[in-house]
Design a protein around this ligand. Structure first.
Ligand SMILES: *Cc1c(COP(=O)(O)O)cnc(C)c1O
Length: 394
């Protein structure tokens, strides 16, 4: 059990880029009674949910819901469509891209990683031209899939997926396009069908405002066709039985019933606000956050303004600051959680999450905690980031 005996007053400011704060409306929905997942009410609920979730992905294709974290849905995308030893082309945009590659290797795929030296690839978006060149030098079509991360949560970069699709089309290459939008979905614009994605992978605990525990595969007709002959071992992740059960609103195994209540509520909240309004809110919060970083005299990790993430900002700190010691101090003094530097960025950045259920004042509070924490650490900000952010938000 959590030690709650000296719970601090006020609320905890959860500004890691996932899990993100769960709105009380979603928490209340999750607390409904667990019902019979083979009973008639469940079927009706399931059918409606499986239809409306497509709107989040802007998808004409079906969405599978797994009771698993995002990593499970990464694996599901690969094992359902590929054969042992197949080559997949992946792009090193940051830590999550590197983890997906490691997973692909562990399940017996041959991975090719387009990387740039040092931190270069981690400070911008996926280079669609580099993917196009590589595909053009694969006349025998040995590359079976191209895998890219839409919102790279480790760096604060949102890549242009339409450009990756265009690069694959320009190379006239039949590989499947697989995209991870685990942290972007529900907060940053995403278009599964419009961008011609074959498998979209996502998760519940980031832009979607849910607790951890659900993840998704959205499956194009081409990916579904590939799944009929793919021979990588799979049982729990296999799409066929799940899709079959989903036809009538049910699931092949016991679903995470209460998380599905929460999912339904979160989708209603997002659609109620309007997808475009939700995306615009996040763009504005991100703009204000970057203004604060600049005012402090610190640097935003992403160097290409056309791919700044609307959901997370990675802040590069000078050598005199250990970003993890700074985060620890801020957590202890102000009950504010910030994201750590992952992989190559360990100790070099802290990340401010402004995804999901975030508004102007929650962001300003987080920025205020950062600003006071920087001062307490001994770093004197050049100017007030809080004021700079207020000026954007007013
Ligand atoms: C969080 C995250 C993952 C991993 O998801 P888990 O739910 O931790 O398994 C993968 N990719 C991206 C981009 C993420 O942000």
């Amino acid at each position: 059990m959590l030690k709650l005996d000296n719970h601090p007053s006020g609320r905890h400011f959860l500004h890691i880029p996932g899990p993100s704060p769960v709105p009380s409306r979603v928490l209340r929905a999750i607390s409904y009674q667990t019902i019979d997942h083979r009973g008639p009410e469940f079927g009706a609920f399931g059918l409606e949910l499986l239809q409306k979730i497509r709107l989040l992905f802007k998808s004409d294709d079906p969405v599978i819901i797994y009771p698993a974290s995002g990593t499970g849905a990464w694996e599901a995308a690969l094992v359902n469509t590929l054969n042992p030893g197949d080559t997949v082309l992946m792009y090193e945009s940051g830590h999550f891209a590197a983890l997906w590659k490691r997973l692909a290797q562990r399940i017996g795929l041959n991975t090719e990683f387009i990387s740039k030296p040092g931190l270069e690839g981690w400070r911008g978006g996926v280079d669609a031209k580099a993917i196009e060149e590589r595909l053009k030098s694969d006349p025998d079509h040995l590359i079976k899939a191209v895998c890219v991360v839409h919102n790279e949560t480790s760096t604060g970069v949102t890549s242009d997926i339409a450009a990756v699709r265009a690069a694959m089309d320009a190379a006239n290459h039949p590989a499947l396009l697989m995209v991870d939008t685990i942290s972007g979905l529900g907060s940053a614009n995403y278009e599964h069908s419009g961008w011609g994605v074959d498998v979209t992978v996502s998760g519940s605990q980031k832009g979607l405002m849910l607790p951890p525990g659900l993840s998704f595969n959205t499956i194009s007709a081409k990916a579904l066709a590939a799944s009929k002959t793919a021979t990588l071992p799979k049982a729990f992740w296999a799409w066929d039985e799940i899709l079959e059960a989903n036809q009538t609103g049910y699931f092949a195994t016991t679903p995470a019933t209460n998380l599905l209540y929460g999912l339904s509520e979160a989708i209603d909240m997002i659609l109620g606000e309007g997808l475009d309004q939700v995306f615009a809110r996040h763009q504005k919060l991100a703009l204000a956050c970057r203004a604060a970083v600049k005012a402090w005299g610190l640097e935003v990790l992403c160097q290409d303004p056309s791919v700044y993430s609307p959901v997370v900002t990675s802040v590069l700190v000078p050598e005199s600051i250990d970003a993890d010691a700074l985060r620890k101090l801020i957590h202890e003094k102000y009950n504010l959680s910030l994201g750590t530097g992952l992989g190559k960025l360990k100790g070099k950045v802290f990340r401010i999450g402004h995804l999901g259920d975030c508004n102007e004042l929650s962001l300003l509070a987080a920025l205020s905690g950062c600003e006071m924490g920087l001062a307490a650490y001994g770093f004197t900000p050049k100017a007030s980031g809080v004021v700079a952010a207020q000026n954007i938000l007013m």
